[in-house]
Design a protein. Structure first.
Length: 318
């Protein structure tokens, strides 16, 4: 069976990428033309918009475009006939976590779970700014994993990553929260297990989180960016009328039940929980709560929970 697993990984990996690419090319994202028009305005005027000039019902309304840099890039690629390249790029960004999962899994049952996860992801895959957030969230997760699993510290890269991310898409806020939860869980566990980390290590990690948060303020809107994200997240209209902002249990029931059920079963299994890296587990629980609040966060939850979902992957440690 082991000799068949590798070819199966290759076939499934290529099939998933092809599916993502096809979805990226044919998906008619209702926001696409908005992104193009705003991106064109930004490039022509060499500025970012501060007021809504295009909504029929709210002309002149004060507005924060948290995707301003992505909008400019999308318009640039489309205006130069590079939309096919955008399809490849965004497909690769969405496929990067899947490639990592396929590479690490060691069983056909693991491949089956990956296929289910990819089927869930296919619903949101496209040439969309949130795919950039998915890829960057995966990068944040991997850096945290390397630190707490393999003692390879690349935390120094976080401030630059979050500075760039804050100008590409508002999903940076979830990445920053995940980082904060993971760092807090790590040091809290060490403290209560009576083997606290050195004070210098604690302050270094706190400094990374704080500097990363400050770096996100380096954007054309400053602190108003956070206020805009808060308004969108708390808006009842957003939750009531936009499907991907609705609670997870209201949509995609089949995939949701499978994913949450498997995660809960493994999480409650005593030996597995002991083997699973506490900081990443705490982050996965946080993302599960965010997923239950909004299906939009489902792909982030998958990234954080997949080491727990895949069988024979009990190789994580504190």
């Amino acid at each position: 069976m082991k000799g068949v697993l590798v070819p199966a990984k290759i076939i499934i990996g290529l099939a998933i990428f092809t599916g993502f690419f096809y979805a990226s090319i044919i998906t008619d994202d209702p926001d696409s033309w908005w992104h193009f028009k705003v991106g064109e305005w930004e490039v022509v005027n060499k500025a970012v918009p501060h007021f809504d000039e295009y909504s029929f019902t709210m002309p002149g309304h004060q507005w924060v475009n948290h995707e301003w840099l992505t909008d400019a890039g999308l318009w640039w690629m489309r205006s130069r006939g590079l939309w096919w390249a955008a399809g490849i790029l965004f497909s690769l960004l969405a496929w990067a976590p899947v490639f990592s999962w396929i590479k690490k899994t060691r069983s056909f049952s693991g491949l089956a779970i990956i296929v289910v996860a990819a089927a869930f992801m296919e619903r949101v895959v496209g040439i969309r700014p949130q795919i950039i957030s998915l890829a960057l969230f995966f990068a944040v997760f991997e850096i945290i994993r390397l630190r707490f699993e393999e003692n390879r510290n690349y935390f120094w890269a976080f401030p630059a990553m979050f500075l760039i991310w804050a100008n590409l898409h508002g999903g940076f806020a979830l990445g920053l929260a995940f980082l904060g939860v993971s760092v807090f869980a790590h040091h809290a566990y060490l403290f209560f297990s009576k083997r606290p980390a050195k004070a210098s290590d604690v302050w270094r990690d706190i400094a990374v989180v704080l500097v990363s948060a400050l770096a996100t303020l380096v954007n054309p809107y400053g602190v108003r960016l956070y206020y805009e994200l808060y308004l969108v997240a708390q808006s009842s209209d957003t939750a009531n009328y936009i499907t991907e902002w609705q609670p997870a249990l209201n949509t995609y029931i089949f995939s949701v039940v499978i994913i949450i059920g498997v995660f809960a079963a493994f999480s409650l299994y005593r030996d597995f929980r002991r083997a699973y890296c506490r900081p990443l587990f705490a982050g996965a629980v946080f993302m599960l709560a965010m997923f239950l609040k909004s299906v939009r966060h489902g792909t982030f939850f998958l990234v954080s929970a997949m080491p727990c979902l895949l069988p024979n992957q009990i190789c994580l440690r504190v």
